[in-house]
Write a protein that binds this ligand. Sequence first.
Ligand code: UD1
Ligand code: CA
Length: 456
Amino acid sequence: MSVPLEIVILAAGQGKRMYSDMPKVLHSLAGKPLLAHVLDTARALKPAAIHVVYGHGGEQLRAAFPHAEIKWAHQAEQKGTGHAVAQAMPKVADQATVLVLYGDVPLIRPQTLRELLSAAGNGLALLTAELADPAGYGRILRDSDGQVTRIVESKDASAAEAKVREVNTGFLAAPAGKLRKWLAGLRNHNAQGEYYLTDIISMAVSEKVAIATRAPRDISEILGVNSKQELAQVERLHQKQQAEKLMQQGVTLRDPARLDVRGELTCGRDVVIDVNVIFEGKVSLGDRVQVGPNNVLRDCSVGNDTIIHPNCVIEDSTIGSECRIGPFTRLRPGVQIADKVHLGNFVEVKKSQVGTGSKINHLSYVGDTTVGKNVNIGAGTIVCNYDGANKHPTVIGDNAFIGSNTALVAPVTVGAGATIGAGSVITKDAPAGELTFSRAPQVTKPGWKRPVKKKS
Ligand code: UD1
Ligand code: CA
């Protein structure tokens, strides 16, 4: 039987240097809390349990993860990393392997942790890194055989120890039964008056427990977030990694430094994405989709060969194939656009279906509307879906032609093939195949003179 894995995520830090009322691990990286990234990574390892040690802003933190299966452990006072892990231990099984993660170190890869766990076996494993500037980190001390003997914290290090460039990243795997015992034996007689998790190393050494070390593939994996500067730095690194992945899959990015993916983006073949595009939530782009500059796409799917021109905001909608969207189109939630549809500038569509081949090219609002196939909606057409209290539906049949500057007062139906004269206010159903308009007759007053200013 394989040893169960229990993951302990340390997240009790206040994050003073964030200068924020929000707990540090709730600050957002790529559209979701730092802690959510660490939880995703933890889940990828299929552990038997995930424990989160929390302290500051505990209620806010727990409320942010109401559905996640987390065993919360409260650390009322922050007395050090060893004390923090000890808070989770009462709920950890003796036969488990414990993996310690940090809630504010979000870019750690599951693969690195898998390697750390297999290195640990039944003993202890540390993730360590060689840094050009090790300042601030715990240093890894080794004997003449290269075996780890202990970790000395930066503030406790002698001048000679401080020169060591191999540092403790904080990631550690250990057998739960022994860890529990070691944690109980920690003392806080050190420069910071804290119970250091790192002091368990020398205890393990004296019990002849094997200590393995592994290194992360990339230094970004061990970067912690303590300030807004570091948050921004980690965000850029994460975005760069996502851009690299997309390009590896064949996506053309006009500038990988000017792309933000805050969620999951899936792309077909030969997709081209111009600069300053933000993808949020789940977005899928079909084959040969082109996304112009300055677009925001949230929770939507775009069919093959569709072009999104610049400056559109598209949310919670599906767009078919071979469409032309924008520039300056806004799709609000609940829009289904069929194939070969054209939506142009300053066109807002909400909770509506637009049929194949239809065009809404300029300055229109369409809400709670079913638009049939091959409909042409003229410039300035407004669907008046709201009476001040309730929303009402509008139906526009196939091949209808809505003249410019028409107001369709819902609930109303325009029949298939109907033509609506420009400038109409349509309050009653317009029959199929007929011309309907409501328009004050045009008047000319022959010989009428414009008033002139009186001479004083
Ligand atoms: C710790 C390590 C150090 C390592 C460094 C890597 C110890 C004693 N030192 O130092 O060897 O090089 O991380 O970044 O372990 N936390 C709590 N409760 C506490 C204290 C900390 O939950 O009482 C959490 C923090 O929120 C943070 C993590 O533990 O996520 C690390 O704490 P921090 O104070 O940053 O540790 P360092 O002193 O940097
Ligand atoms: Ca730290």
